[in-house]
Design a protein around this ligand. Structure first.
Ligand code: URA
Ligand code: URA
Length: 305
């Protein structure tokens, strides 16, 4: 994308936000500097958009014949960051109703779709996103949280990361409908930037975890695959010392189910080197071996040369 295209994209986004009723935008200081540099010698102070609201100034006004009175000068409107919710109740472990998997799954889905907190957290046009797939799947892939495409569609992994995940699944010789795909979070984390995603907070993650665990309990897969750091931290508990580069490619145990940790497809989209792809593929080969799936020589050699 060149500067002109980027500017047009920003303009389109600002217009969209204005149409949606938004009247102020927050711009990081860094971005203002970068923009100022890009467009000549305007210094950020002159741009003047990024100030914190000053305290109302008490200005002395002299009025003839009267003692000086203080007049309130109108307050500068702050470019406020959308505040994040901090009150996430802790959900008890979810009791699944008696019945078959399909019945348990639909009643859980209904619960999630009606979940007050999940709905409260949604973006204006966003939907709550619940897991999809085969309830008898051997493999349960767990991602992080819906992105822009997913919140629109109400389905996990349908954007670019989802397309890559589909290709990984197909390379394993199966199809997307034959696995189960879920996320740690049921909604797209709100943030103030026009583009990109915010990783979920620990509070958001622990709120949603019982919903994910209930899906794992219903599907009872033979293998779980944690896609990326958030999924890993969500399912194994946060460990500040954990580095995915050391941790991936290893088996863990979650709810008595073997869990493979690998990189997130989005990570591959940003780091599309053959060696990153081969690492994820090595991890998928381990999954296939665990499930005693047939592996061809051609499959073994993917991203190898
Ligand atoms: N990334 C995720 O982690 N989950 C999705 O559903 C989409 C993108
Ligand atoms: N770091 C992450 O958080 N996720 C990945 O998939 C890779 C590196």
């Amino acid at each position: 994308m060149n500067v002109a295209e980027a500017t047009l994209a920003i303009l389109a986004e600002l217009k969209r936000q204005r149409a949606a009723g938004k009247r102020e935008v927050f711009v990081e200081e860094e971005s203002l500097f970068a923009l100022a540099k890009l467009f000549g010698n305007v210094v950020p102070e002159q741009v003047g958009m990024n100030e914190v609201a000053p305290k109302p100034i008490q200005k002395e006004v002299k009025k003839p014949g009267f003692a000086p009175v203080t007049e309130k000068v109108p307050e500068v409107i702050a470019f406020e960051k959308k505040t994040l919710s901090s009150d996430f109740p802790s959900l008890p472990e979810i009791k699944l109703p008696d019945g078959d998997k399909a019945y348990q799954w639909s009643s859980l889905k209904e619960k999630v779709m009606g979940c007050e907190v999940c709905n409260r957290e949604l973006n204006p046009q966003g939907k709550v996103v619940f897991g999809v797939g085969d309830l008898d799947a051997d493999i349960f892939f767990c991602g992080e949280a819906p992105g822009a495409d997913e919140e629109k569609a109400g389905e996990p992994f349908v954007g670019p990361a989802g397309e890559l995940l589909n290709r990984i699944i197909e390379a394993m010789g199966i199809s997307r409908d034959a696995v189960y795909i879920g996320n740690i979070l049921n909604w797209r984390p709100r943030h103030d930037q026009a583009f990109g995603n915010r990783p979920p907070t620990k509070k958001e993650m622990s709120f949603c975890l019982p919903y994910l665990k209930a899906q794992i309990k219903i599907v009872k897969p033979k293998v779980l695959v944690a896609l990326g750091k958030t999924a890993t931290d969500g399912l194994l508990g946060h460990d500040p010392k954990r580095r995915l580069s050391d941790f991936r490619g290893k088996w863990n145990q979650v709810m008595d189910i073997p869990m493979m940790v690998t990189y997130h497809p989005s990570y591959l989209l940003h780091n599309p080197s053959k060696s990153s792809k081969r690492k994820v593929w090595d991890d998928m080969l381990l999954v296939m071996e665990k499930l005693e799936m047939k592996i061809s020589e051609k499959q073994r050699a993917f991203f190898n040369s």
